[in-house]
Design a protein around this ligand. Structure first.
Ligand code: SF4
Ligand code: SF4
Length: 406
C-alpha cells in the first residue's frame, strides 16, 4: 500500500527520462533497464493489477542519482527500494543478514579484529567467502579498527562542562563506529575546542544498508530505537550532527519516505552534516587555526551521492579549500560505484568497478596524491581504484588544529 507521498511521486513523472540517462548502473549494465521502468512503472501497473516487479530491480544500487536529477521531484530511488521488497530474496541468506546490518557485522569483526582483517587479506579466504557468501574475492574491503569508537570514548571525560546550549548530539554511523573511529574523534576534538560538549548516545545502524538490501523490517526496528534516543537527547534545541552522508539521508528522508515514520520530521531542523555545522562557526574555527607550517600535496575531492541527495552542498570541501586554502579540487565524476555493500557482492562487483572508472580517471587526471570524501564506503572504493590515501575532511581539519599531529 503506497502512502500519499509515494502516490504523488508516481503521478508527477513527466516521462522525460533524465533519470534513465543519469543512472550510473544503467550506463554500464545492459541488463538494467533503468530507474523509471522498474520501480516507478511497476508500482503504477501494480496498483491496477497487483503484478510483481521484475527481479532486475535488484540491480539498482540506491545511489539516489535518479532522485537528485529528477526535475519533478519523483522519489524514483525510493520507489525502487520498495519494489525490491516485493521480489524473491536475492543472494545467499547469510550475506543478506550480514550486509543489511553493518553494526552486527562490526560487532562480529570486533570480537577479534586483527584476525578478521588478516582473513580478508588472504586470497584463499576471499575465494572461500566468494563461494560460500557470494562476497566478491576482488572487492575492496574496509579494514576494522582495533577498538570501536564507543570503546575509545568509554570513561573519557569531556573537558567542556556544557549546558544545553553548548551541547550537541553526535550520530557516528557504523563506519566510524567500527572501521575508522578517528573521524569521530576528530569531530569531537574540534567541537570541544569550540566549547561544545558532545553527547554520543548508543545509536543503532541508521538502516541505509537494510533499505538497499530489501530488509525493511530491520530498518523499522533500527529506526524505532534511534527515534527513542532522539526523543531523549534532542532537547533544548541541541543539534544532531552526522559525519556520514548516508546516515544523514536516512534520518532526514528515508525514515519518512520509505517507512512513513513522520515522527522524525520534528527533528529534521536539528539535523546537520558536520561540515555544515562547523561552517556556521568558521570565525571561531579560524581563530583556533595555528599558522600552517606543513605543505599539502594536491588532493581530489569526491562528493558522495548521498551527500548530494541530502541537499547539503559540499561544506567539507568549502572548509578545506576556502578556510584552510588547501590544494583540493572537486572531481565531479559521479557515483564511485560501491554504493555501500552493493559492489561487494559477487554478481555486482564488476558493475561497481565499471561505474567507478570515471572517479578513478578523474583523480588520476588531477595527479592528486590523496583523495577526500565524507563517505566511508566511497573512501574504500576510491582507495581500491587508485591505491591513494583517502581522508574524511574532518581528519584533515582535526590534524591542522592539532598543529599537524594526529
Ligand atoms: S527524471 Fe523524473 S520526471 Fe523524468 S522520467 Fe525520471 S522520474 Fe519521470
Ligand atoms: S538509485 Fe542509482 S542505480 Fe538505482 S535507479 Fe537510481 S540512479 Fe540508478
Amino acid at each position: 500500500m503506497l502512502t500519499k507521498q509515494q502516490t504523488d511521486a508516481l503521478n508527477n513523472c513527466l516521462k522525460c527520462s533524465i533519470c534513465v540517462d543519469s543512472c550510473p548502473v544503467a550506463k554500464v549494465n545492459p541488463l538494467f533497464p533503468g530507474p523509471k521502468k522498474l520501480g516507478a512503472d511497476w508500482l503504477r501497473i501494480a496498483q491496477e493489477d497487483g503484478s510483481r516487479p521484475s527481479p532486475l530491480i535488484d540491480y539498482c544500487s540506491n545511489c539516489k542519482t535518479c532522485e537528485t536529477v529528477c526535475p519533478s521531484g519523483v522519489l524514483v530511488a525510493t520507489l525502487n527500494q520498495l519494489a525490491k521488497n516485493e521480489i524473491p530474496a536475492q543472494g545467499p541468506v547469510f550475506r543478506r543478514r550480514l550486509l543489511a546490518d553493518p553494526s552486527f557485522l562490526g560487532k562480529m569483526m570486533h570480537i577479534w579484529p586483527g584476525a578478521g582483517n588478516a582473513a580478508v587479506r588472504l586470497p584463499a579466504a576471499r575465494k572461500l567467502m566468494e563461494k560460500t557468501l557470494g562476497v566478491a574475492a576482488q572487492a575492496p574491503m574496509p579494514a576494522y579498527s582495533r577498538q570501536s569508537l564507543r570503546r575509545r570514548l568509554a570513561g573519557r571525560r569531556s573537558p567542556v562542562s556544557g549546558g544545553e546550549r553548548r551541547e550537541v548530539v553526535y550520530m557516528p554511523g557504523c563506519f566510524v563506529q567500527y572501521n575508522k573511529p578517528e573521524i569521530g574523534l576528530a569531530l569531537i576534538g574540534i567541537l570541544e575546542r569550540l566549547g561544545y560538549r558532545v553527547i554520543t548516545p548508543d545509536f543503532h545502524c541508521c538502516g541505509q544498508a537494510s533499505i538497499s538490501n530489501a530488509r525493511l523490517r530491520n530498518t523499522r526496528r533500527f529506526a524505532g530505537h534511534n527515534l527513542r534516543l532522539l526523543r531523549e537527547t534532542l532537547t533544548g534545541g541541541r543539534a544532531l550532527i552526522f559525519t556520514c552522508p548516508s546516515c544523514l539521508l536516512t534520518f532526514k528522508e528515508e525514515y519518512k519516505n520509505i517507512l512513513n515514520m513522520r515522527e522524525f520530521e520534528q527533528f529534521i531542523p536539528q539535523m546537520q552534516e558536520a561540515g555544515q555545522f562547523l561552517l556556521e562557526q568558521r570565525e571561531e574555527l579560524q581563530a583556533l587555526l595555528p599558522a600552517r607550517a606543513e605543505t599539502y600535496p594536491p588532493m581530489a575531492y569526491h562528493e558522495p551521492c548521498h551527500l548530494k541527495a541530502s541537499g547539503q552542498g559540499t561544506p567539507g570541501l568549502f572548509l578545506l579549500k576556502h578556510l584552510l586554502n588547501l590544494p583540493i579540487t572537486p572531481i565531479e565524476a559521479g557515483c564511485c560505484g560501491l554504493a555501500g555493500s552493493y559492489g561487494l557482492k559477487a554478481e555486482k562487483y564488476r558493475i561497481a568497478e565499471d561505474v567507478g572508472q570515471n572517479v578513478r580517471d578523474a583523480v588520476f587526471s588531477l595527479e592528486a596524491k590523496a583523495a577526500v570524501t565524507e563517505c566511508g564506503m566511497c573512501s574504500v572504493q576510491i582507495h581500491g581504484l587508485t591505491r591513494l590515501p583517502v581522508y574524511h575532511p574532518l581528519e584533515i581539519l582535526g590534524r591542522l588544529l592539532n598543529g599537524g599531529k594526529d
